[in-house]
Design a binder for this molecule. Sequence first.
Ligand code: PMP
Length: 728
Amino acid sequence: MATPPALDRAPRLSAAEAERLAEELYGLRAAAAPLSSERDQNFCLTDRSGARFVLKIANAAEPREILDMQNAAMALVPAAPRLIAARRGEEIARRSEYFVRLFSWIEGACFAEVRPHTPRLLASLGRTLAAMDSALAGFDHPAAHRAFHWDLKQSAAATRYLDLLPAARRALLDPFLDAWRKIEWSTLRHSVIHNDANDYNVLADAAAECITGVLDFGDMVHSATVCNLAVALAYAMLREQDPIAAAAQVVAAYHAAFPLTDAELESLYPLAGARLCMSVLQAAWQTREAPGNRYLNISNAAVWELLERLARLPAGWPAEVLRRATQPQPDLAASRRRHLGPSLSLSYEQPLHIVRGWMQHLYDACGRRYLDCVNNVAHVGHCHPRVVQAGNAQAARLNTNTRYLYEPLNEYIERLAGTLPARLSVVYLVCSGSEANELALRLARAHTGRKGVIVVDVAYHGNTNALVEISPYKFEGPGGGGRPDHVQVARISNAGHVAQLAREHRPGAFFCESALSCAGQVMLPEGYLREAYAAVRAAGGVCVADEVQTGFGRAGSHFWMFETQGAVPDIVTMGKPIGNGHPMGAVATTPEIAASFANGMEYFNTFGGNPVSCSVGLAVLNVIRDENLQQNALAMGQRLVEGLRELQSRHATITDVRGQGLFLGFGMTGAQEASALVNRMKESGVLLSTDGPRHNVIKIKPPMVFGAEDSAFLLERLDRVLLQLDAG
Ligand code: PMP
């Protein structure tokens, strides 16, 4: 790119001069008002009847054949303004040093200023571009074969302006420019393209949710056809909460009308990214050359914001969404209904089709991003690269069972035991929370010789026969068989009830989560576990802390939730977060209890403690430590509790706020309100769910990489949705 746009050569006519030109050339008596433009000078003309026109004035030093080409192309494109010939029949009139043209006026607002960009509007944009590209597919003109810096095929020179940017911003552009450099241009279809369907050149009718026209054919060039769509996508993504979802809507409609080739699909996202890069690079250069030119800065801030947003997306994901947008969507729900047992429900009124997870976000098949506020399994973040890498590397090297010696096992059990009170030095590795509790039950029974169990109200401990029997959440719920004789259910209002039941029934074990999950994110009263444990031990039982949901730093103040109670259990069970999604569980206990269990019958678990699981588990512990995730849980928890209390003060539907660290919840007036909130929050990009015996508690237990920005987003969305609910 040797020369900048001819900004300095743009005509500078007054409105009065434009009016004179209109009358002289077109016999049009009309009032002129200037329109913004980069290269030409444009006026809006309004005649007495109110009819409007666009008068376009170019410097006669500009090559005339470019205007010829524009006129010829515009005649073919349905969305283009119509050319109106001058009185003497000229399509391009010459007056002193100007070329003058008159066009029909297209009604509509700038796409940039129409909000929201609904799926229908985005689809209309896709169809408009498809119609344009298909209309121009057979068109050619010598002037289109030109050297032009806005042609993405020829923009390499713009990268020299990288030096004008601060290092952090340069780094942001690098991956986009790398992908663009890899484009194999010879594999792409070529044609003359509009090349500038930016959000100010596209007009829309907001009420009708459709595109009414495309303006400014000044950037036309012969290039890869797909560049036209890529340019439009770059701007369609601006200021969108879900830029890739917006792009996918455009692509789907485009592809349906004018199918993209595989090579085009593959280069679409790199080209859109490159256009954004070129936009900021040109702006950096032009700002240096012509500081104060407002036109250049119209979308610059928004482009940087978009580049930052895109840079945070999981690698390869945008391209995958765009590819999906061109493919028929399978009916996943139907095949589930046929082949999966029906005793399983889907979340949300409109179930989500999730295709990607990355840290605290999930992404659906349409490209929408959701802040995941409920998944406490993806503890250190969905697909955390260190965990993925640890599992992959070990899976590629060795996976076997615990009857061999291998380092990952020793390393892991030492590290895991190191997080626990010294007396809980013996570890069993299993594959799920249920297996952990099942084993804990066997340990307790072997140690005490007693079958009886005390559990607390609404507790859930797992999906096996023995665990359903000790889970009031299940046996008292739909399809449940009621409370078995060997099980006693304690209230959690105070530990006295546990003590009483322990004295009366002399159980083998007391199972209790250190803060209650299924019961609705309920914190135990202060001192509850200390007192309950003492009473159970006095009656000869052992105390099991179910930390399946609460462990691994989620409490914020402590690594284990039982520590917040100042209590030490005899057995701790772990699951969910332990493997960040890899199926793992663990039981820790005392050497004495472990000795009682070693009665000759071996405990063997085919998959438990395998080298891959141990490597994954170790990576999880390392990430918690290295990324200070426990401290983050403490800080974010405090921030959220404050924010939720503030929401409670303004919204009567919130009855209370509970929890600590990133184990939080809030009560709502009823199940209906809670369900409506959860479904609307999903629509606005936040995943939550309900819990508690009355299904009126909203639980918040996000991946522990949940940050300040996420907290602000969650609170802002909650406020919005609660306002809607308040309004009825
Ligand atoms: N204990 C508690 C407290 C749980 O919440 C769960 C699972 N929701 C389990 C145990 C069982 O874990 P899993 O589903 O991994 O078997």
